[in-house]
Design a protein around this ligand. Sequence first.
Ligand code: AKG
Length: 268
Amino acid sequence: MLASPPGRQPGGIRGPNLVAVPAEGLSPLQRYTLDVDGYLLLERALDRRSVQRLRRAIGDQGLPRPDASLERQRFGQGGRMFTWDPAFGDLVDHPWVLAVLAEVIGPHVRLDHAYGIIMAPGTAGLGLHGPAEPFDPGQYWLSRQGELRSGLLAFAWSLTDGRPGQGGFGCIPGSHKACLARPPGAESLVVEVPQPAGSLLVFTEALAHCTLPWRGAEDRLVIMLEYSPGSSAWDPAPAAPADVVASMAERRRRFFQPPSVGGHQPVF
Ligand SMILES: O=C(O)CCC(=O)C(=O)O
């Protein structure tokens, strides 16, 4: 039997080459992992102070206590969180986000929608979803001739220290390339992907993924930013209101362009 490669654990990635994005962009191993698994966990994307700052800004909103309903497990939709603290806007064009976007969507990219996830201990979330098959033009994954492309790419910033066995994000690694519809019982293939505080989990929405029941000691808090190619939209609404976008720096504003081919300005 083949030995497990060093650093590889079921459902997680813990190699020294995988935890940080080099200044020059994704490493070949990071690209390969994202292509093969459909997700990539990058640890220590945010330092402790940044995590605390974002948590405080969320705490200041006096959100209703989360419960078992999906409605109460979501917050900050419609771009409201960008008015809470500029630190939320800093996530939009964080250097690691740009490095991944350069590989998977390219310079004509837009922020399609953003929201937060909050879960109380002992609650369950979304079941398995993600449409690798049949092909979904809004949420595809393609790897052709050395290029990676996704129709909707999610960046999940964890503000809670998710540990193995506590639930949270789960997925079927590699399912974004499946050419068969998901059969009954596919839940048995789900692996948990623990998200340490400050980590950035990148995944394609073509991946079969879900929220495993949350068993952490405190609320689970994640900020989700989802990006589309410049010509495409998943959400019919803009990612943020015009006045909020107008207060941002020029490059960041370009992430909030409406979908188009003609006239779309590259963001990098
Ligand atoms: O709980 C998670 O991390 C996954 C959430 C998710 O898939 C969604 O909000 O669509």
